[in-house]
Design a protein around this ligand. Structure first.
Ligand code: OMP
Length: 273
């Protein structure tokens, strides 16, 4: 089964578009985890234990594991093993490079770590992401409109009468021969999200920017899903994994994850049934 079909099936089976971002910033991990041999691993374990039934995916931003060196790599490897089957594991490293280097990046994430999907940067063109796309059972999320302010610097520039991000989307559509490509579209850019969804009705969109970055959840669901109310992967990181109080950590994380899932699902009910 190709990646996009697999993702859709998981979203349908679990009735969830929620992806939790395990951006386990060592400087924000509660003190109670600091005594353990590998605080990032134990922190992730306690989150996965209480949220795995609520999510369609977990996304690991690799920077937070690279920062802690060998321990970070061990935390990454072991955290991935803790995730039950039927949940997509996304490596967020925004990769892409000349062909032989990109091949190493893809092999590392897909073969060594066994991630199901990765984020890639399209700036270097097709050959820089082709090695990722060639893994047809793995997903490739191409940066299209990012959630940050700087996205305006290049992504919105008009090129041959269209914003650059639209060229990226059209190329992604053309390159999607294996049905395993998706786009990254920030929840902080609703007009662009709406436009992209009309261009690419069936393609999965990985949508970060909800919670800490203050993206509008209702509009994100209204404009970000395909016709059937699926194919948006709504990533929430800090607003779930770092509750305002670390008393009853697992209970607080669970409540936050339930809150986001229930908000997502009530918006889906409103706009897609
Ligand atoms: P929170 O803001 O804590 O929910 O985390 C957002 C996550 O999504 C981080 O890992 C970011 O690196 C990532 N992200 C964005 O915030 N904006 C983007 O445009 C793209 C990504 C990404 O590719 O995941």
């Amino acid at each position: 089964m190709n990646f996009n079909q697999k993702l859709l099936k998981i979203q349908q089976d679990k009735n969830s578009l929620l992806c939790i971002g395990l951006d386990s910033d060592i400087s924000r991990i509660p003190e109670s985890f600091k005594k353990s041999e590998n605080p990032q691993l134990e922190f992730n374990r306690s989150i996965i234990q209480v949220t795995h039934d609520l999510v369609c995916a977990y996304k690991f931003n690799l920077a937070f594991y690279e920062e802690t060196g060998i321990k970070g790599m061990q935390a990454l490897e072991k955290s991935l093993e803790l995730i039950p089957d039927g949940i997509i594991k996304i490596a967020d490293g925004k990769r892409g490079d000349i062909g032989n280097t990109a091949q190493k990046q893809a092999d590392t994430l897909f073969k060594l770590f066994n991630f199901d999907a990765a984020t890639v940067n399209p700036y270097m063109g097709f050959d820089a992401i082709e090695p990722f796309i060639n893994f047809s059972e793995k997903g490739v999320f191409i940066l299209c409109v990012t959630s940050n302010l700087g996205s305006k610097d290049f992504q919105h520039l008009s090129v041959s009468g269209k914003p650059l991000f639209e060229h990226v989307a059209l190329k992604a559509k053309k390159w999607n021969q294996h049905d395993n490509i998706g786009l990254v579209v920030g929840a902080t850019h609703i007009a662009e999200l709406k436009k992209l969804r009309t261009l690419l009705m069936e393609m999965p969109f990985l949508i970060p920017g909800i919670g800490a970055q203050k993206g509008d959840l209702e509009k994100t669901i209204k404009y970000g899903c395909s016709d059937d109310g699926y194919n948006a992967v709504i990533n929430v990181g800090r607003s779930i994994i770092f509750p305002s109080t670390s008393n009853n950590f697992q209970e607080s994380v669970r409540k936050l994850a339930e809150k986001y899932l229930s908000e997502i699902n009530s918006c889906r009910k409103k706009y897609y049934t």
